[in-house]
Design a binder for this molecule. Structure first.
Ligand SMILES: Cc1cc2nc3c(=O)[nH]c(=O)nc-3n(C[C@H](O)[C@H](O)[C@H](O)COP(=O)(O)O)c2cc1C
Length: 241
């Protein structure tokens, strides 16, 4: 169990905490930079090292959603709903739709990457296809939804607010999973069949599915940081450069 639920998220001073000793821990325990940096650098897309056989503990998922709820969201509306699918038949139906969306374009991309001698790209495509093939075996499929509607006329600011009000929470959720020995991947391919999935799961009109996070326990040792661009390549100081 995580100890944070007694703290009123609306209070600046967290003065509503139920347990004063826990409150003091929050103020007094310094962050271990080495551990937090490792968590941030190694929370990766896991496809080949998912434990398909180990059942999911609902309390762990509940705790991770609880921690995700501390993420920023516009006006603190928290208009979200996390649909967690563990039922094998529902998972199989979603997996079929996921495969229909991702396999043909990924197969094409794989061929192109092979022709170009892009070894890292080939490894990525093969991993994506592997997960797609076994998608129905992943113990929990988590679909974070937010209240709102997509409208091509919606101003960029409101579109950013809509997705920005849940995607930070999704990443917190993935970090919390990883710190507990679970693994996940941020995916969007099922959204090509969002209406069918909404019908399957009774997701009402007025709620948007934003992604789908397959979740399982991690097999083997912890993950290594992936290759990423150097910060100096991607920062522009003071004006675009
Ligand atoms: C918006 C978005 C959509 C993605 N969609 C998929 C997907 O449908 N299927 C999948 O296997 N991975 C998907 N990914 C995961 C990316 O392939 C992955 O994050 C990227 O290759 C970097 O690898 P890493 O997370 O291991 O560092 C998606 C990631 C993002 C951010």
């Amino acid at each position: 169990m995580i100890p944070y639920y007694g703290i009123d998220a609306g209070s600046d001073s967290f003065s509503q905490g139920n347990d004063p000793s826990i409150r003091m821990q929050w103020y007094m325990t310094p962050f271990d930079i080495e551990i937090t940096d490792r968590l941030l650098a190694t929370t990766r897309s896991v496809r080949r090292r998912l434990d398909f056989d180990r059942p999911m503990d609902p309390d762990v998922l509940r705790d991770c959603v609880g921690l995700a709820s501390y993420a920023p969201n516009a006006s603190n509306a928290q208009d979200w709903r996390w649909v967690i699918v563990t039922d094998p038949e529902q998972r199989a139906a979603i997996a079929e739709l996921y495969r229909e969306g991702i396999v043909p374009p990924m197969q094409e991309l794989l061929e192109r990457r092979r022709a170009d001698g892009d070894d890292a790209g080939v490894r990525h495509s093969e991993a994506v296809l592997y997960l797609a093939e076994r998608f129905h075996e992943v113990p929990a499929l988590v679909i974070p939804c937010i209240r709102g509607e997509l409208d091509p006329d919606l101003h960029l600011a409101w579109t950013a607010s809509l997705f920005g009000s849940i995607l930070p929470a999704v990443w917190s959720f993935q970090l919390a999973l990883h710190s507990r020995g679970l693994a996940s991947t941020f995916t969007t391919a099922h959204l090509l069949a969002a209406d069918e999935v909404a019908a399957l799961l009774d997701i009402p009109d007025g709620y948007l599915q934003t992604c789908l996070i397959p979740v399982a326990y991690l097999l083997g040792d912890d993950l290594k940081p992936p290759a990423r661009k150097d910060p100096d390549e991607i920062i522009a100081w003071n004006r675009w450069a």
